[in-house]
Each structure stands twice: as C-alpha cells, then as structure tokens.
Design a protein around this ligand. Sequence first.
Ligand code: FAD
Length: 124
Amino acid sequence: SAKMGNATQKAELGRSTWKLLHTMTAQYPEHPTTEERKALQQFFMLLSRLYPCGECAAHFQLLLKRYPPQTSSKIAASQWACAIHNKVNERLGKDIFDCSNIQEKYDCGCNTTEDENDSSSSSE
Ligand code: FAD
C-alpha cells in the first residue's frame, strides 16, 4: 500500500500538488473579490493542515506564517506560489525555479472566472 513515508510516493504527491497550486493561481482573478481572496487564503491554510505528509505539512505551516499567502491579484498569487515552492526547493537542495514565465507555464486554458476581458461570452 502507499505509505507516505515512501520517498517515491511523497515526490509524486508533491509534483501533483504543486501542479494544482500553480495552475490554480495562474487562473486566479486579476481583480479578486473579498470572498475570492478569503477563499484562496483559507485554501492554503487548510492545505497546510490536511496535506497527507506530516513533515511537509509542518514545514509548510511555518512557511505560511513567515510568508503569508498573497491574494490581491493573479500576479501576486502566482509569484507568491512560485516563491514558496522555491523555499521548499531550497530546503530540499533543489534548483531555484525562474518565476518570470510562470503565467505561461501553468496556463491550462480552462479559465472559468468572469474576471477576464472576454467575460461577456462566459455564459456561452
Ligand atoms: P517539484 O518540486 O515537485 O516540482 C514539479 C515541477 O514544477 C518541476 O519539475 C518544475 O517544472 C516546476 N517547478 C519547480 N519549482 C517551481 C517553482 N518554484 N514554481 C513553479 N514551478 C516550479 N518533500 C519533502 O521531501 N519534504 C518536505 O518537507 C516537503 N514539503 C512539501 C510541501 C508542499 C506544500 C508540497 C506541495 C510538497 C512538498 N514536498 C516535500 C515535495 C517536494 O516539494 C517535491 O514535490 C518532490 O520532492 C518532487 O520534486 P520534483 O523535483 O519532482 O519537483
């Protein structure tokens, strides 16, 4: 069975989670509402409590205290997520990732918010 103490399982979970986090922030609104900001903030707080790797969760909670999630815009959230991932990379002795093209890399083309320029066609 898949024990999270297993390094391969832990890495696979990490890759999947980072993919979700970066794709989420790349799709986050340019101009979020108060509710949207609260939702993203809470998502990260809850993730840091529920993440199914105890060591990772504990460390992530410390990172969130030190570097609170930036929720004011898509750019702010994406850059914050890239920076926090780099903090984990640094701790694990991995290369630091260049955050300048983060938007293109994680654009899934699956935007469903009404905060974009083409919001008039969002109801299809
Ligand atoms: P990953 O770090 O998983 O990255 C996947 C891909 O994302 C990379 O191949 C690259 O294309 C891209 N990428 C790399 N850096 C960035 C960046 N800064 N911004 C955007 N994209 C980037 N593992 C532990 O052993 N100990 C821990 O304490 C730990 N804590 C974690 C905490 C969290 C919240 C998460 C999500 C994961 C954690 N992990 C931890 C797992 C670890 O971060 C890696 O996911 C895992 O080691 C696999 O690494 P990887 O080299 O395949 O690339």
